[in-house]
Design a protein around this ligand. Sequence first.
Ligand code: SAH
Ligand code: SF4
Ligand code: F3S
Length: 454
Amino acid sequence: MVLQTQEPILAAYTSKKVNIQTFGCQMNEYDTDKMMEVLRQENYIYTDDCKEADLIIVNTCSVREKAEQKVYSLLGRLRPLKERNPDLIIGVGGCVAQQEGTRILNRAHSVDLVFGTDNLFDLPGMLEEVHRGNRIVQTERKAHKQKVRNFIPDFAFENTSKPGLKSYIAITKGCNNFCSFCIVPTTRGLEVSRKPENIMEEAVALVAQGAKELCLLGQNVNSYKAGGVDFVELLVRLNEIEGLERIRFTSPHPKDFHEQLAEAIENLEHVCEHLHLPLQAGSDSVLDRMKRNYTLQEYLEKVEMLRRRLPQVAISTDIIVGFPGESDVDFERTVKAVETIRFDQIYAFKYSPRPGTPAVDYDGQLEESVKSDRLNRLLALQEKIVAQKHQQLMGEVLEVLVEGTYPRDIRSRSGRSRGHYPVVILNSDANIGDLVTVRITGTKKYSLEALSLQ
Ligand code: SAH
Ligand code: SF4
Ligand code: F3S
């Protein structure tokens, strides 16, 4: 079932409009949803069009330099809107806001409000201050995020174009790992696990609103521990929720990936056979300087252990190329690892020096051209592997969660398999939210084609 609701005509006249532009990871998307919950209680409705907004929030990411630059160029583009409409409020939240604070106000004069990753629940009070004519910075850390109680999807929820069929739940925030390249522990703070009761309550509420798939979020989900409940026990409890069809999670850290979790993925009906396990590099000396706390051999053994239990499991990963001091030989080890493991999907990035992280000061910072060449080589290799994987899936029977109508052909439906492969079901009248058993009949570069068996 999809939440099909229509905007009441009256609301359009009495409400204020907010537009939120989200950068970065799913944690930011989740926070954007929370901002909408808070703002809906303040009589805001969502608009896709920033030209008609009374409030624009930019939810920022600083994981790589490019992401941060995008924020400042967007703020530049928003300036004329503010000049035309001085009542427009522009707010900046997320990881750049947490890190930069007042510097954003100094650099971007059209910004009224800067708030950190722990402060989104204070939006009503902060907006009041802005209405009084003040420019605000609020980046104070809080031990726990508050929770919005009893939120019920309303018309504005539908307007965020997220009907909630697939919903996120943060189970931890922050990170204690301090990988030497990574800004996240600075922007999100130390790791805190949410109470299992709160997670369960939110999960049950989301399923009641129509969520069929939940993705548990955390920087290192498998180190979750609260109230005597560990990550595997949390999965066991979530798996019991009536009406919840699929459970995913991102990201587990390889150093904390153990047999019990592999067993849970194998045995818990609703936990999808899909693991995102960031490798980062295939060379032990690079992994060591990245402070990842595992060797390639240990990573390979864990993948083998999982595949022994679940041969059909899909595995995706993150890889950084051009880490300081990465030699040609080191990079060849990454290539070899990718050839050996044959991931279903790779997110590959050029190393980007982040201020305040240890790796910025490491010797052997590499030229942009070296990083680009290595990235291109890795992506070309992965393209070949994916094409072969698609070919191997021909004729297979898979379960697809229907997410929408295929934009290029309204008689078709698009969705994802349990292994997270994008699948187009041809000539289908399935509804959004249906689970359809299909046979794979064709392959495209980025997706699979299928026919319904029902
Ligand atoms: N907590 C997750 C990753 C969060 S950041 C984990 O540990 O797996 C998502 C990805 O961005 C990382 O896995 C890494 O591959 C990449 N990344 C992080 N910092 C980076 C940097 N400074 N330069 C390039 N890529 C980076
Ligand atoms: Fe960053 Fe490492 Fe923590 Fe992931 S585990 S968020 S890469 S410090
Ligand atoms: Fe970016 Fe912050 Fe996520 S830095 S990747 S938005 S945790």
